[in-house]
Write a protein that binds this ligand. Sequence first.
Ligand SMILES: [Zn+2]
Length: 266
Amino acid sequence: MKTILKIQLIFLFLTAISYSSFAQFKWPHGAKAAICLTYDDALDGQLDYAIPQLDAAGLKGTFFCTGNSFCLYKRMNEWRTAQKNGHELGNHTLFHPCLSIRPDGTKADWVKPEYDLVNYSLPQMINELKTANTLLKAIDGQEERTYGYTCSDISAGGVTFTDSIKGIFIAARNDGPIPETMNGYNRYKTPSWGVNEPTAEELIAYVNMARDKGTIAIFMFHSVGGGYLNVGAEQHKKLVEYISKNRKDFYCATFKEVMKYIRDNK
Ligand SMILES: [Zn+2]
């Protein structure tokens, strides 16, 4: 009898351990996954196509604005209005520095030597990020900011700065596959998918994959409706409408909102 009781207790103990290890992360309102729609470089197509489509669907996006974007300068009032309407303006540096030698060894010819992250120092990068926050605060008055790593590069002058930015940002978007679990999720190196001419089906499959895993899908868009690393306006619209139609499954919010939720509910 005693042995049976012991076995039962051990079984209960193991069940409790496995439950706590594999329990699904609880998203708001019973949603099955989180989705962040993020857009880089402050480009015209984002104002012309992405934001009107998001507004029509009642969804909010995050726009990682580069300080030297001509569109940010020329259409600043539209960016300001977008933030007032619930979209997020995120930090994407002032000058968009990147590593000219990519992690796979290829050369990014468009990176000028003065904006090559290998030639930056850590203090220089931190200063640039802080000054970009000042610029964005002048546009939208916000003090809490998130960051989108330029080219998903996380080092300056050979020094990794993912930890150095923790006092400046709530979170930072990197690249990588959808996480299998939210256990150990690193807000300062969040995976995302940098799309390039995806089909609507591929975009929808990506959010469904996050739903299956109970985790998070972050899109990294650039041009919308034509340009580099493009998503077609029609494809984007189909994704936005799909998320909107299935909103009970998807917690779709700005990167800042979702990251604060993860921070406060881990
Ligand atoms: Zn960029």
